[in-house]
Design a protein around this ligand. Sequence first.
Ligand code: PTT
Ligand code: SF4
Length: 608
Amino acid sequence: MLGWNGRFLKVNLTGKKFITETYDATFASTFLGGRGFAAKILWDTLPAGTAPFSPENKLVFATGPLTGFPLPSSGKLVVSSKSPLTGGYGDGNLGTFAAVHLRKAGYDAVIIEGKAEKPTILHVKDRMVEFVDAKEYWGTSSFETEAQLRRIYGRNAGIVSIGQGGENLVKFACVVAQEGRAGGRPGMGAVMGSKNLKAAVFEGTGTLVAADPQKLKKWGSEGYKEILGKRNYAFWRRQGTLSTTEWANQNGVLPTFNYREGTFTQAEKISGFTAEEVKVANRGCPNCNMNCGNVIKDAEGRNSELDYENVAMLGSNIGLGDLKQVAVLNRMADEFGLDTISLGSTLGFAMEASEKRLIKQKIEWGNFSDAKKLTEDIAFRRGLGDVLAEGVRVAAAKIGGGSTDWAMHVKGLEVSAYNCRAAPAMALAYGTSPIGAHHKDAFVVGWEVMHHVEGYGEEKVDKVIEYQHTRGIFECLGVCRFPFVNIGLEKEWYPKYLYAITGQKFFWEDLCVIAERVFNLVRAFWIRENQGRWTREMDFPPTRWFSEPLTGGLIKGAKLDRTKYDEMLQVYYKKRGWDEEGIPKKVTLEKLGLAEVAVQVAKYVELH
Ligand code: PTT
Ligand code: SF4
């Protein structure tokens, strides 16, 4: 089986045991890798109803068949688990040397279960596995932990770690690498913390073997070259994702004051152009020639790596118009290992709750020191921070006063940085995303807004599904989607790379079928973990977007229409082969080779 190692490393932290598990060619070509492997592993091995913080939950780091090979942006892995924030399937996509090392150590995924008796670091060097005492690291930030581990294991080791947020089980704690890569928005860092796992170090010295190394070398370097020749390459290197801030503001999409508004009067001060003026470096993931991490010196003189989502959620969404101060909050989030999107959402939520006097604490819009203090309180679960550490869904249920209407989440995961008042397709993408309100599976707002596609029509539903499949492919391949999505690298490269690596011919359409299979498997996981308590309402975006029109900007007065959204959702279900509550039909699961999954789901809901 060329291209895949055919091996998973399974680690049990409770008994400090590990074994190698093998899988066959059918498994590989059916689920491909990354999210496909992770979802299948969780589906097969997690007892239904497992508590996310119990030792029985599993944390999976899964690479894809392209990971680690010399081709564009191939240094990614998926970190996945049952989410403590949503109670459903959770994952994130992380660019890290750990992805490459894991593959070179001879594994395609690591499955971590159990709970270490005391703080532990997992060290994997090729086939050697050791459990290192992490007493001296516990309580330190992800930056400090990684820096110390680099002194021991070397500059090039693959290291992932958690900060204090993960240790303290903040429900939106993520996993951090290389002082600026962060993944696993729905609390994968907290699951790591619940297992007393402070960090994992991977060192692989093997060589990845491709079916046709000559072709791979040629096509890999042609892909890199094509990227360099793209019209927007130079601008991408200047701003990366930060150019989105200006665009979002112009189009009324920028999250502002907890999504009350879609434009921010101080947007220019946090824009990509402002960042350019103070930028000190570009950073990025392994094997990438279009590094997009913009590093600036923050207001405290420290390096902070910015992306659009971070700036929007910790800037305009909380009314803060000073990029260097935003960068401090961003760097703190990375150090504590807190997801910046959920952090910005909970801070905005608290500011609004304070303004409406639903809480006694005074936390002002745009007040940097209030935001800083609350960020620390969340990471250490102090006072109000302890409530917010549960995410906005739970915080709203506790605080009351109608705040559930403006707790900006879907299924418990805070909405990422696109205001959808005039973007029903993007709202649908959030509503039906595999992990809760995240944009990664369908950033359809770009198409919707730029091409002025109005209304709730079928065309939008088709676009959402198309995007979900296309992007789903990248989640399984183990590569970054930016070369394709943002720079315009031809998609035909990916089947070619797969062919050179595995010797197997996949057409783009075959990959779409795999993505659809994985999408349905993830949906089944949600339904199983909710014990069948499933209604269409779960796929609705936050109430605020339906009930409160925008009061300013280009699309002043815009809001979503609940009835039309519902109709659009039902068209979506039909096209997906799901019933009217959004449950995959038996025939749909069977068509995708998931007959066994259908049998399991039928234990919880009536399957049509
Ligand atoms: C991703 C989400 C995003 S999406 C951003 S900015 W983006 C936020 N980044 C955070 C951060 O930084 N620090 C922090 N403490 N929390 C953060 N939370 C937010 O997390 C990231 C890039 C980006 S930057 C994006 S869109 C693309 N995402 C990809 C994806 O999902 N799949 C894929 N195959 N390729 C992708 N390429 C791009 O990767 P999550 P990263 Mg990320 C500092 O993790 O959970 O998926 O959430 O991993 O290595 O940092 O790369 O405008
Ligand atoms: Fe990482 Fe950015 Fe390169 Fe993608 S484009 S691999 S996110 S540095």
